[in-house]
Design a protein around this ligand. Sequence first.
Ligand SMILES: Nc1ncnc2c1ncn2[C@@H]1O[C@H](COP(=O)(O)OP(=O)(O)OP(=O)(O)O)[C@@H](O)[C@H]1O
Ligand SMILES: [Mg+2]
Length: 464
Amino acid sequence: MDNLKHLTPKQIVAELDKYIIGQHDAKRNVAIALRNRIRRLMVKSDLQKDIVPNNILMIGSTGVGKTEIARRLAKIANAPFTKVEASKFTEVGYVGRDVESMVRDLVEQSVNLVKSTKNEEVKEKATIIVEDLILDILIPPVKGQSFSGAGSQGSFNPDNASEQELNEKTREKFRDKLKNGELEDRKIEINVKQSSPLGVGMIGNGMMDDASMAGLQDMISGMMPKKTKKRKLTIAEARKVLMEEEASKLIDFDEVKEEAIRLAENNGIIFIDEIDKIAKSGKGGGGGPDVSREGVQRDLLPIVEGSSVNTKYGIINTDHILFIAAGAFHVSKPSDLIPELQGRFPIRVELSSLTEEDFYKILREPKNALSKQYIALFEAEEVYLEYTDDALQEIARLAFQINEEVENIGARRLQTVMVHLLNDFLFDVPDTIQANSKIMITKEMVTDRLSTLVKNRDLSQYIL
Ligand SMILES: Nc1ncnc2c1ncn2[C@@H]1O[C@H](COP(=O)(O)OP(=O)(O)OP(=O)(O)O)[C@@H](O)[C@H]1O
Ligand SMILES: [Mg+2]
């Protein structure tokens, strides 16, 4: 938590700005929500328990950055994050399926996060152990000076001593080689642990919930003798396998579980997408679907409100998990949600539709901007892609136009336009366009390749 203190609301927004264009209102509010959680943990009094997160409802059409903002926020906070589609719970075969599964997913994410932090912590230690293990395989150590037993001579053997010295020297030589990466491709044989391929799935068969089933599975595979298998691997590969084994020996898994539960409880973020799909569909007689939709909303309530959920890592309390819900709300309105649920999402932020200017910025500016992604892809084959500025403007203009005329899919339209624009180049590299070539994307080229498609509505419906 200490390392989060520097994350002021302003800095959080600045960090989000690196990836998301516009949507200041949404950024501002998620920044406040994140800071509030940091603040809460700094509160010393009993009040700490009572301060609940202000969950957020994001309203905006498809592809304007709702999911992206939530995902980035979680990254910034290094928080466990999970995303569910609310509409999934109303699907045939899914109705009645426990909504608690989202909390279990969150804990699973949390465990992964904690594990990787711990792995990082023991990395140095494990590296040393693994180096010795590999050396042992390459140059097996001479048996210790035997005073008794195996050697059966019962006395000190001077030959053995010098042999040992020699062995030690060779080992050191190889240690250096290992460190310099000179032996990476050499093959060695190691024992690899195999997880027992046990299908416990058959046992449960709907009689148990996921948590107890997974717990049972862990228990049974824990009881099975661990099978090992000899495998010939290059040193580089063997190192990976051994590192994983040794690291897990150094990590206390009970501690991981506890920390993971705590992390998920205090820092977890659950993103509930398509929440509008479980709202009553506006006016009109209450048909069948509305009933099940409302049922899902009721199922969601206790989790959002705070309750205990049993997971295979332990019981988690959902009181302080931050929920961010999102939906387009084209047909229904937030007020069509049941009142109890509305109250659980007190902060409403509206995301604006993206303009042509936004598209241009989205193409160019974010750290992971699409134009940069393609530059990197071509560069991997030593082909250098460049765009003129007016080419990017033209791509933005066309994407915007198609959104207006065909269907508004937001910034996702840029993907379809870009891939179509670059299709030939993507095919021709490296066969006809070889390494060290340059490709310049100009406005003329964009018009040339795309304008007929854009004009022909029927065609663009399918292709762009
Ligand atoms: N404001 C934005 N700035 C930068 N990129 C954006 C923005 N909006 C959308 N994108 C890009 O478009 C993609 C889709 O956006 P996102 O997944 O956030 O849509 P959404 O609003 O959650 O839509 P949906 O309602 O369909 O889930 C993102 O991966 C991102 O690359
Ligand atoms: Mg989304």
